[in-house]
Design a protein around this ligand. Structure first.
Ligand SMILES: NC(=O)C1=CN([C@@H]2O[C@H](COP(=O)(O)OP(=O)(O)OC[C@H]3O[C@@H](n4cnc5c(N)ncnc54)[C@H](O)[C@@H]3O)[C@@H](O)[C@H]2O)C=CC1
Ligand SMILES: O=C(O)C(=O)Cc1ccc(O)cc1
Length: 366
């Protein structure tokens, strides 16, 4: 990885969730950012939260060109906005961050855009919310940041695109556009579709039934709250790759339906076990945090009295014991006078932590 950093100025066009998050992250590192959006409100909000200054202030100084332009507008308008930015700032490198890459590169080629100064990128980080109000400067920390350089791109343009991802704390990975689209169909677009399909089953359901919802439902439906306008564009631009996975899902669902229609038939239980085991095998392949190899963490549950300050005391004591928490979940059902804190740690730390916590009087369930 190149160790160079951005100096700026950087122009961000499209100051919604992603654009304002990029602006915040760069401004935090001292890189001057200028913002532009077709929505005056979104631009003003992004300025107000500290993501940069209006681009008019850069335009007022015609001698200064941006070092880098980041197009963070919706996929449908990205080709047009990138092509115009390449013409408007003839010395700047222009990157986009749209969730699909092949269609955008093809569109720019068709338009005869100067691809020596263009690099496609895609931060694999986001939220189920949109607009600058939801922006977070640390959104990209330790998340993959894909760089898809067209063969025509200058070395310096690629270096700058990588610096953007690295300066925002991302893990930079190089793919070509076709490989990228194939990968995101599986790791991003299919999860969105599955989450939406699942959550749509909840429509019209008696709220008394939904009151039983636990973490399983929440874990599998968070991204069902995503913006339909954005996802129409993403799925439309990557439809052939996504549909290949849906054929596989359809086959598996049909197999499961046949099994559950006759759950006591010979072989049916094996089929059910196989379905869950196949899921076990898939989930074990998801890389750990920071892009490392798959890492199975060891979980434990600690009972805490429902009194103010108990969870803070627990976390302080875990810090004193010197163990790093990998994940933390709270289960705090109303009407009970104890809560449950579930934590995960490296497997090598698990037994010693349980022993230490029990010694200090905590009730630990494994
Ligand atoms: N939402 C997410 O989690 C992620 C989104 N992306 C990509 O980032 C891009 C932006 O997505 P979000 O920030 O989520 O959307 P958003 O809806 O929060 O923001 C998009 C912004 O672009 C502005 N805009 C629309 N047309 C424009 C134009 N012609 N010129 C200038 N500004 C224009 C809108 O007014 C809005 O402020 C999309 O291409 C998306 O595929 C990439 C990774 C994650
Ligand atoms: O909310 C999440 O966890 C996401 O994964 C969001 C997301 C949405 C679109 C992308 O192109 C990349 C990431």
């Amino acid at each position: 990885m190149s160790a160079t950093h951005l100096h700026g100025p950087v122009v961000v066009i499209g100051t919604g969730l992603l654009g304002a998050s990029i602006g915040l992250g760069l401004e935090h590192r001292g890189v001057p950012v200028f913002l532009e959006d077709t929505s005056p409100t979104n631009q003003a909000v992004a300025v107000d939260i500290g993501a940069g200054r209006p681009v008019a202030e850069l335009d007022a100084n015609p001698g200064v060109q941006p070092e880098l332009v980041v197009v963070a507008a919706p996929p449908d308008v990205t080709v047009d906005v990138v092509a115009r930015a390449l013409e408007r700032w003839p010395r700047a490198v222009v990157v986009d961050i749209a969730s699909v890459k092949g269609a955008i590169l093809a569109g720019l080629r068709e338009r005869g855009a100067d691809l020596t100064r263009y690099v496609g990128t895609h931060p694999m980080a986001g939220r189920e919310k949109s607009g600058p109000v939801a922006a977070r400067g640390e959104l990209f920390t330790s998340m993959p940041w894909v760089v898809c350089a067209p063969p025509e791109a200058d070395h310096d343009a690629v270096r700058l695109a990588k610096s953007l991802g690295a300066d925002l704390g991302g893990n930079v990975i190089e793919f070509d556009a076709a490989e990228h689209d194939e990968a995101v169909a599986l790791v991003s677009h299919l999860p969105q579709v599955m989450s939406s399909l699942l959550a749509s089953r909840l429509q019209g359901t008696d709220l008394r039934l939904l009151a039983l919802a636990g973490n399983g439902l929440r874990d599998t439906t968070r991204i069902a709250a995503s913006d339909p306008g954005l996802w129409v564009q993403i799925l439309g631009a990557n439809a052939p790759q996504v549909v290949e996975h849906l054929y596989g899902v359809r086959d598996d669902v049909e197999r499961l339906i046949r099994t559950l229609e006759a759950p006591t038939a010979p072989g049916a239980r094996l089929d059910m076990a196989q379905l869950v085991s196949e899921g076990n095998a898939g989930v074990a392949r998801i890389p750990g945090k920071h892009g490392g190899p798959p890492q199975a963490f060891a979980w434990m549950s600690i009972l805490v009295d429902d009194r103010p300050g108990q969870i803070a005391r627990l976390l302080t004591e875990i810090g004193e014991i010197g163990v790093n928490l990998e994940d933390l979940r709270l289960d705090h059902s109303s009407g009970r006078n104890v809560g449950m804190v579930e934590i995960s740690v490296l497997p090598s730390k698990h037994d010693a932590l349980v022993a230490e916590l029990e010694e200090r009087g905590w009730r630990v369930l494994q």
